[in-house]
Design a protein around this ligand. Structure first.
Ligand code: ZN
Ligand code: ZN
Length: 392
C-alpha cells in the first residue's frame, strides 16, 4: 500500500513538473487560459471549514488541493449541502478519522479550469460532486456505472479517504470554496435547476432515488418513508412524482403540514409501536432514512409479504438490531443501499431539473455550520441546510 502511494506520488510530482514546464513555454493567450495554466501547474489554494478532532467542532481552515491534472476539473463551489453523514464521520461514529478534515459531499458550483484531456466539461459549465471522487474504473462494477460498488480499491469517498495526490493526504470535501476532481466523478448540472437546489440531490437525492428505482414500483403502489429529514423529504417528493401513494412516518408532529405539502397521502406521527399496527402488511416498499439505531421490527412489519425494506440511513458503527422472529413471520426482504453510481446520479439530477423537484432548503453562512449541525442532530432542520460557499 505504501509502495503504491509512493509510486503515485512520484507520478504526481512528475506530472506537476511537466505541467509546470508547459506553463513556462506557452505564452498566456488570455486571462482564462492563464488561470487554467496556473491551476494545472500549482496546487490549488482552498479555504473552508474543517473538523480538527473527534469533538466535531467545525473551524475555518486554509489548505491546498492538488493541481488540476489532465483529466481533472476545478470547480468553484457555490453551494454545499449539510448531510448527517458529515456529522457522523467527523465525530468518528463510523470509524477513526484523520484531521483536519473538511466534510461535505453535496457540492454544486461552476467549472473554472479543465485539464487538457477533459471532454465532458468546459469552463463555465455547472458541475457537482457527490459522495465519491474516484474508483478503479476497471472492474465490472465500475464499468457498469456502479462505481460506488468498486470491487478492487472500493470507491474513494469525497472526504476523509486516503489519497496520494492530495497535499493533505486525504480527500477534502465540499465545505470549502473549490474542489479538484476527476471529470468522470463530476456531475453535469443542467442550467434549468439552481445550484442551491442541485447540491442536496448529490447525496440525499441519489441515496433515495436509487433504491426507489430498484423497487420497480407501479403507479398507485404504497410506499413508506421513515424519517422525514434531508433524505426522507426528497424520498417523499421523488416517490410521489413517480406516481406512488406515499406513507410518511415521522416522530416530529410539527412536520405534518410540510410533509402533506410534499405530496404524501398519509403522514403518521409515530410515538410508539402501537401507531404502526394499522399499517401492518400494507406497504409494497419501504425506505428508512433514520441515521440512528431504532426499533425497526414494527416498521418492517408494515411491508407486504415478499416486499422490500431498504435502510439507507447509516447508524453509529452501522449497527442495527433486527428481530428475526419478525423476519420469518413477515417474510420481508431487508437490504441496505449506498448512494448510486455516476450515471444514476446524473439521471436523478436531470430528472429533478426537468420535473422541478427541488429539496426544501435553508441557505446558511459558513459561520452557522456548528449551529446547523446541532439542529440536524436534534431533528430541527427544515429540511436541508445548504452553505453559501461565498461565506468561507
Ligand atoms: Zn450524505
Ligand atoms: Zn472498480
Amino acid at each position: 500500500m505504501s509502495e503504491q502511494n509512493n509510486n503515485s506520488r512520484r507520478r504526481f510530482i512528475q506530472q506537476t513538473a511537466i505541467a509546470g514546464a508547459g506553463l513556462a513555454l506557452a505564452g498566456p493567450l488570455n486571462l482564462l487560459a492563464q488561470n487554467n495554466k496556473s491551476a494545472m501547474s500549482k496546487n490549488i489554494k482552498s479555504k473552508g471549514y474543517a473538523g480538527k478532532d473527534v469533538k466535531g467542532k467545525m473551524l475555518p481552515w486554509n489548505f491546498e488541493r492538488r493541481a488540476v491534472g489532465d483529466h481533472d476539473v476545478l470547480i468553484e463551489i457555490k453551494y454545499s449541502g449539510i448531510c448527517h453523514s458529515d456529522i457522523h464521520t467527523i465525530k468518528g461514529h463510523w470509524g477513526e478519522q484523520k484531521y483536519p478534515q473538511v466534510p461535505g459531499h453535496e457540492i454544486a458550483g461552476i467549472v473554472t479550469a479543465v485539464g487538457k484531456e477533459v471532454t465532458k466539461f468546459k469552463v463555465g459549465d455547472h458541475a457537482g460532486v457527490g459522495c465519491m471522487v474516484n474508483s478503479c474504473m476497471k472492474c465490472d462494477s465500475c464499468k457498469s456505472g456502479e462505481e460506488h460498488h468498486c470491487e478492487t480499491t472500493g470507491m474513494v469517498g469525497t472526504y476523509g479517504a486516503p489519497e496520494a495526490t492530495s497535499p493533505t493526504g486525504i480527500t477534502q470535501g465540499g465545505y470549502s470554496n473549490n474542489i479538484v476532481v476527476t471529470e468522470h466523478f463530476a456531475i453535469k448540472i443542467p442550467k434549468n435547476i439552481e445550484l442551491k437546489y442541485a447540491a442536496p440531490l448529490l447525496c440525499a437525492g441519489i441515496t433515495t432515488y436509487s433504491p426507489l428505482m430498484k423497487a420497480n414500483f407501479k403507479k398507485g403502489d404504497k410506499i413508506g418513508v421513515i424519517g422525514i429529514g434531508g433524505l426522507g423529504h426528497i424520498a417523499v417528493k421523488l416517490a410521489v412524482s413517480k406516481g406512488a401513494e406515499v406513507y410518511a412516518f415521522t416522530s416530529s408532529p410539527s412536520k405534518q403540514n410540510d410533509i402533506r405539502g410534499f405530496g404524501a397521502a398519509q403522514v403518521i406521527v409515530v410515538k410508539s409501536a402501537e401507531d404502526l399496527k394499522p399499517y401492518k402488511g400494507k406497504l409494497d416498499f419501504m425506505i428508512s432514512t433514520v441515521p440512528y439505531a431504532y426499533d425497526m421490527s414494527p416498521y418492517i412489519d408494515c411491508v407486504k409479504k415478499y416486499g422490500y425494506f431498504t435502510q439507507v440511513g447509516q447508524p453509529i458503527n452501522g449497527e442495527l438490531t433486527i428481530n428475526n422472529f419478525n423476519m420469518i413471520f413477515n417474510r420481508v426482504n431487508f437490504n441496505g443501499s449506498l448512494i448510486g453510481g455516476i450515471p444514476e446520479t446524473q439521471e436523478v439530477i436531470n430528472y429533478c431539473a426537468d420535473n422541478k423537484i427541488y429539496p426544501q432548503i435553508e441557505v446558511i453562512k459558513a459561520s452557522e455550520i456548528n449551529e446547523a449541525w446541532e439542529k440536524v442532530v436534534n431533528k430541527e432542520a427544515r429540511y436541508r441546510y445548504v452553505i453559501d460557499a461565498s461565506t468561507f
